[in-house]
Design a protein around this ligand. Structure first.
Ligand code: ARG
Length: 556
């Protein structure tokens, strides 16, 4: 049973105008009803005042799910039959378990998601963290509604910077250091290259030559580059393991290095390629800078590789949608490269969607993982885990599997604080407040779930239940549980995980006030029904957290 959808279907039988779920409003005060249907939009078509329409509908309503319908100032206020609704909803959730809220809207069609995509030999940045976390949650959400998802980690592993890095390594690097701390060492070499190149321009020539050799397949250069890549990916993998994120493809920029010829030819054949100062460009609409395809020395660019990758993805996966979870600052790049595909006559370029996101701020300033002393993301994650660990030591020292739980809480706190706001917002990074167990935090939701599990552990056996009345605390939970499918639908329509994050907080809140006010186990008349209710809370909280990419420990 999908509660909101069901209510709309019921109301439809008594309403002459087609209804949809978004027309139903939640009254601010529960004493006004469980749902309200505003009749103002119908006035024109029915040529009656909203007040009269509301009265007509209210009078006509006669259905076992609806206890009472009242017309008030152009609204039909609806009071549901709590017992009937609660018993059918709980039954549904217990039966469907984690697939409650799922659908087959996606029809097994494919959506590709370009996410994470860090650059090798550089620290995994806060921006890449956001891309990973947001992209992963969107993938989980779309999977839940029946799409086939392909998660692509488009590693940044090609470009002139690698010529510079090779040069720096040959001059000042050594194998041992790279082995011990690959990214830190390579980054230091890269920075040193830039510092020295300011004094000595010939270094830049050496760098370019080294990249040319790499592009031409020089085996010594390739071997070094491969080694840097392997070492970098090992470091990234530790972060992905902590975050619990996996990928279906790691085809990055280098993968497309030898595959760009055909697209450059196609652009030329279609008369789109123009020479400008020795470079090859595609002219775009006025006001938009041209898209650079080849530099004057023949080197290809970021856009050339992205175009090639897009064509390859279309051919390989035949996607119905192709999402790119990449920061705001690359908006122009995505507009340009979509435009180029469009000009080439690829209508499916419409299915490409850049999903930009804001910055992570520290004290109001862009948080960087590389300025001054190098702060690596892995350290940030480990700090969060350590903080969670010390809270556990203080509050629940006898907890089994403390390390796993601390990981779930620490990492979950970071994920949740990222996803609770719309991705376009900048977010302030403050570990201590992310880890609070009060307020809109990951630990708050996880803690509510663990509390529900502790009730279930105490309860022991469960049994068939009969519902004899639903009090306000219980009803608040039932309402929230009933809204879960609608929440998943909204989050997937809008590709916005924050809708699920907010929902999880609301459900946790409803559960906490129930827990604080209702004797769950000691009242034998309601015992089994309440156990069922709490079980449903754990099912839906866990599933909400899973959709955000978070764990739901049963004890904390
Ligand atoms: N590696 C790029 C960067 O760190 C992000 C790549 C995003 N994906 C893409 N298809 N362009 O800025």
């Amino acid at each position: 049973m999908r509660m909101k959808a069901t209510i709309v279907q019921v109301l439809q039988q008594f309403c002459p105008i087609p209804l949809d779920e978004n027309m139903l409003e939640s009254p601010v005060h529960t004493h006004l009803g469980d749902w309200a249907l505003p009749c103002f939009p119908f006035a024109k078509e029915l040529r009656k005042s909203p007040i009269v329409i509301a009265e007509d509908i209210a009078k006509a309503i006669d259905h076992p799910l609806i206890r009472q319908a009242a017309a008030v100032n152009g609204y039909v206020n609806i009071f549901l039959d709590r017992t009937t609704i609660a018993s059918s909803l709980l039954q549904t959730i217990l039966e469907q378990s984690s697939s409650y809220g799922a659908s087959n809207e996606g029809n097994e069609e494919t959506i590709t998601i370009d996410l994470s995509s860090p650059n090798i030999a550089k620290p995994f940045s806060m921006g890449h963290l956001r891309s990973t976390v947001i992209g992963n949650s969107i993938a989980l959400l779309l999977e839940k509604i029946g799409f086939k998802i392909v998660k692509i980690n488009y590693i940044g592993d090609w470009g002139t910077q690698f010529g510079k890095l090779l040069t720096a390594y040959r001059k000042w690097g050594n194998e041992e250091e790279v082995k011990i701390a690959p990214i830190e060492t390579l980054l230091r070499l890269y920075i040193r290259f830039h510092e020295e190149a300011e004094q000595n321009d010939s270094l830049n020539d050496e760098g370019r030559a080294a990249f040319k050799a790499l592009e031409d397949g020089d085996s010594e250069a390739l071997a070094l580059w491969k080694w840097f890549k392997t070492e970098s990916l090992k470091e990234f993998q530790r972060i992905y393991d902590l975050l619990g994120v996996t990928f279906d493809s790691y085809n990055g920029e280098a993968y497309y290095n030898d595959k760009m010829g055909p697209i450059v030819d196609e652009l030329a054949e279609k008369g789109l390629l123009i020479e400008s100062d020795g470079a090859l460009i595609v002219q775009l609409d006025e006001g938009m800078p041209p898209c650079l395809i080849k530099k004057s020395d023949g080197a290809t660019l970021y856009a050339t590789r992205d175009l090639t990758a897009a064509l390859d993805r279309k051919a390989t996966y035949d996607f119905v949608k192709s999402l790119y979870v990449v920061g705001n600052e690359q908006s122009l790049h995505f507009t340009q490269f979509k435009k180029v595909l469009h000009k080439m006559g690829h209508e499916w370029s419409e299915c490409i969607q850049h999903m930009p996101f804001g910055l992570i701020l520290k004290d109001g300033k862009k948080m960087s993982t590389r300025k001054g002393k190098i702060v690596l993301l892995e350290e940030v994650l480990n700090d969060a885990i350590a903080l969670a660990q010390s809270t556990i030591e203080a509050k629940n020292p006898d907890l089994l599997n403390k390390t796993e739980v601390a990981e779930a809480i620490g990492v979950g706190a970071i994920i949740f604080s990222d996803l609770k706001q719309h991705r376009k917002h900048d977010i302030e990074f403050d570990l201590a407040s992310m880890l609070q167990t009060e307020g809109e935090t990951g630990p708050y939701v996880q803690y509510a779930n663990a509390r529900a599990h502790s009730v279930l552990r105490k309860a022991g056996e469960t049994n068939a239940f009969m519902i004899e009345g639903v009090n306000d605390f219980e009803w608040a939970i039932v309402r929230m549980l009933g809204l879960f499918p609608h929440t998943v639908k909204r989050a997937t329509d809008e590709l916005d995980p924050s809708i699920v994050a907010k929902y999880a907080v609301d459900l946790a809140q409803a559960f906490n006030s129930f827990y604080g006010n209702v004797q769950v186990l000691s009242d034998s008349a309601h015992r089994f029904y309440r156990i069922a209710l709490v079980t449903c809370v754990t099912i839906v909280l866990k599933e909400s957290l899973r959709l955000l990419g978070m764990q739901a420990p049963e004890e904390m």
